[in-house]
Design a binder for this molecule. Structure first.
Ligand SMILES: C[S@@+](CC[C@H](N)C(=O)[O-])C[C@H]1O[C@@H](n2cnc3c(N)ncnc32)[C@H](O)[C@@H]1O
Length: 200
């Protein structure tokens, strides 16, 4: 499993994720920025971009260090549109506000499957019609796709999960590379931008 401290150090200051940028281009072409939730914000590479572009952001992470690093990066005018919440997604009291965007870059697979499925339902209930989900899910051949604490999908399972959403971007990618610690790792990822239909 990941070493988050090392991950934050290695990734803070890196550019925002492509999935987030794709969702923002779509949503900002239609209406001014609204409320976005950044699930598993980490050191804030996506949250900072959302703030820079005028969004109000609720950034949630289960690690205090992530939120401390994020708050250290974002200075006032921008910071006044930022709310942070230290909470694990699987907490029984976890709720999400109504929002136009839920961003979850490399963050929500780290849940046992029942908790993942509860969160997935919560995400699409929170999204306004026409709102977007952006993020990554793990494929079953990913090196981290084992054990009770991770949820991963084969393509048919992924297709079933996202049925009923409008697919803006779906890309399945596999490659051998390394983690931020330099350990060898097989990546099997689904990059996703999904839209909640405007009409039910
Ligand atoms: C791989 S990092 C990604 C951070 C950031 N989104 C990015 O793209 O750089 C995953 C983040 O999700 C958080 N996270 C993972 N599982 C979580 C859970 N079950 N509840 C709350 N936060 C979680 C971790 O603490 C970590 O900060």
């Amino acid at each position: 499993m990941p070493d988050w401290t090392r991950f934050y150090r290695a990734t803070e200051g890196r550019p925002p994720r492509g999935t987030l940028l794709r969702a923002l281009d779509l949503l900002e072409a239609e209406a001014p920025p609204g409320l976005a939730v950044d699930l598993g914000c980490g050191a804030g590479r996506d949250t900072c971009e959302l703030l820079r572009r005028g969004w109000q952001v609720l950034a949630i992470d289960g690690e205090a260090e992530a939120l401390e690093r994020l708050k250290a990066r974002c200075d006032l005018p921008h910071g006044s549109r930022l709310e942070t919440r230290l909470q694990r997604f699987e907490d029984p009291g976890f709720t999400l506000p109504a929002c136009r965007l839920v961003n979850a870059s490399f963050s929500i697979p780290f849940l046992p499957e029942p908790a993942f499925r509860r969160l997935w339902v919560q995400i699409f209930a929170a999204l306004e019609p026409g709102g977007c989900f952006a993020g990554q899910l793990l494929g079953v051949r990913d090196s981290w796709a084992c054990g009770d604490g991770v949820t991963a999908f084969a393509r048919p399972g992924l297709d079933a999960l996202i049925a009923g959403t409008d697919i803006v971007w779906l890309e399945e990618r596999e490659e051998d590379s390394t983690t931020v610690r330099g350990s060898p790792k097989h990546w099997h990822l689904f990059h996703l931008v999904l839209r909640k239909p405007k009409t039910p």
